[in-house]
Design a protein around this ligand. Structure first.
Ligand code: SF4
Ligand code: FES
Length: 234
């Protein structure tokens, strides 16, 4: 018989090596997340998935399930903390959802709706971030980057190209393109690369495909982030 841990009072089975997030998803339970992706190792940077496990705070994408472990996730305290983190992500970049091609397909936007975020709350930074339209097929709008590093990991681990990197620290951390000019056109990135389709927000976008999927027919138009996550995991 499979061993179980407890998530918000419900016993859930897990397999050896499962993280809390993996086991929860397999059982059809949603734990909010941004920097985690099923095809990549946990990154543990966004902290949206933070839960209380055995009384201690930990990232559900990184903490392993253990027999009898008592985990709290869907609580007013943790959801308020997630909402604050989301609000900080929104003000640290420039996110103008109504004019973004990714609107309705954006995990940040959908998670903010899921957590009941109604406004930025904090004062906007309005940082100066570049748009790089140099590549023939791919647009980069760094205003929307949340530094999840999925493109960095996809380019390095799947495409074998190392097109992206993170430079700077703390509030100065930012995504850079690994070419002498710093322009995407001067890399060997191609539209078919995994890194070209991995971005959960609207930074890395294929050119000439804007609004091919109509508003109202996008991933999170049909249901919430939790609905989409459960569907993907099933
Ligand atoms: Fe993540 Fe997209 Fe920024 Fe890459 S460009 S770090 S995938 S948000
Ligand atoms: Fe766990 Fe980002 S999803 S820290």
């Amino acid at each position: 018989m499979a061993e179980v841990f407890t998530l918000d009072g419900e016993d859930l089975p897990f397999e050896p090596g499962d993280t809390l997030l993996q086991a929860a998803r397999r059982a059809g339970r949603y734990i909010p997340h941004l920097c985690w992706h099923p095809d990549f190792a946990a990154h543990g940077s966004c902290r949206i998935c933070v839960v209380k496990a055995g009384g201690r705070m930990g990232a559900a994408c990184s903490v392993r399930a253990a027999p009898g472990l008592q985990v709290e996730s869907d609580t007013a305290e943790l959801n308020a903390q997630r909402k604050t983190l989301l609000q900080m992500l929104f003000i640290e970049g420039n996110h103008f959802c109504p004019s973004c091609e990714k609107s309705g397909n954006c995990l940040l936007q959908a998670t903010a709706y899921q957590m009941g975020m109604e406004g930025p709350h904090f004062e906007e930074f309005y940082p100066a971030r570049p748009v790089d339209a140099s590549h023939d097929d791919i647009l980069l709008d760094l205003n929307r980057c949340i530094l999840c590093e999925l493109c960095v990991r996809a380019s390095r681990e799947v495409d074998g190209k190392n097109v992206f990197a993170i430079a700077g620290h703390g509030i100065h951390a930012h995504l850079v393109v690994n070419s002498e000019s710093g322009k995407l056109a001067d890399t060997d990135m191609a539209l078919a690369d995994r890194a070209a389709s991995i971005c959960p927000v609207g930074v890395i976008l294929p050119k000439r495909q804007g609004f091919v999927i109509a508003i109202g027919q996008r991933r999170y138009d049909e249901g919430t982030a939790a609905d989409a996550d459960r569907q993907e995991a099933s």
